[in-house]
Design a protein around this ligand. Structure first.
Ligand SMILES: [Zn+2]
Ligand SMILES: [Zn+2]
Length: 237
């Protein structure tokens, strides 16, 4: 059964539609009506590491990523960060709705199953301890933990840590984002990921500065990093 393990968690949290937040049947993440409102990411003709559109060609890396040279091999993302998904992810992250992690976890597992990607362990984008105290939960870690459970691989929740208190990336202009996140991460007992393929989980990928900085921090310990986010955003400011 595909969602067997996640459904054990559903005993603690109700199955909720990630769009309208009404109850849905077990094993679903969106109700029938709302599923049409979700824009899924199709990786065809997209850059391998940022999922921006590229013209039909054999070169699957865009010019921006060639220059930035991310230390992960590819980005997998489930849905476009807009409309109902955007407000739902914002509620999950900022309006104390940790229950929504069940639906987003199901979406994540389905996307990864469909992709057929292989990984040995899961890690998640950390929050600074002050931010974690304020929010009460790490929205990416809740999803990452469920992915690890579903695929029966370890979840190292304390491997990647955030050592610098940064401003919220989405509130910053493009040029400020790189500086804001630089040197923000460190690793704990990285020998756990030696030679392993790791799935690095975050909620949203927009400019990718956070993902690239986190991957750069892990890269000395493994060169097999796959980036994964629930949503792919487009820079608006
Ligand atoms: Zn719905
Ligand atoms: Zn790219």
């Amino acid at each position: 059964m595909f969602y067997k393990k996640i459904n054990i968690l559903s005993l603690l949290f109700p199955d909720t539609c990630i769009v309208c937040k009404k109850p849905v049947r077990i094993s679903s993440y969106a109700c029938k009506r709302c599923n049409d409102k979700i824009e899924y990411i199709n990786p065809i003709f997209k850059c391998k590491t940022c999922l921006s559109h590229i013209p039909k060609s054999d070169n699957r890396i865009c010019g921006f990523c060639l220059k930035e040279n991310p230390q992960y091999s590819r980005l997998i993302s489930c849905v476009a960060y807009k409309g109902y998904i955007k407000s739902s992810l914002q509620a999950y992250k900022f309006n104390n709705r940790p229950d929504l992690h069940i639906g987003f976890s199901k979406l994540a597992c389905e996307t990864l199953e469909h992709d057929g990607v292989y990984f040995d362990a899961v890690i998640s984008m950390p929050l600074h301890r002050n931010k974690l105290l304020e929010r009460g939960y790490n929205q990416s870690a809740l999803i990452a933990k469920n992915i690890a459970k579903h695929f029966e691989v370890p979840f190292y929740d304390d491997l990647l840590i955030k050592v610098k208190e940064t401003k919220t990336q989405s509130e910053l202009k493009y040029a400020e984002r790189r500086k804001n996140i630089k040197g923000a991460f460190d690793v704990n007992n990285p020998e756990r990921i030696n030679e392993n393929t790791i799935l690095l989980v975050d909620d949203i990928f927009t400019t990718g500065f956070t993902m690239r900085e986190a991957a750069k921090t892990c890269a000395p310990h493994t060169d097999k990093i796959i980036a994964f986010t629930i949503a792919k955003g487009i820079l608006e400011n």
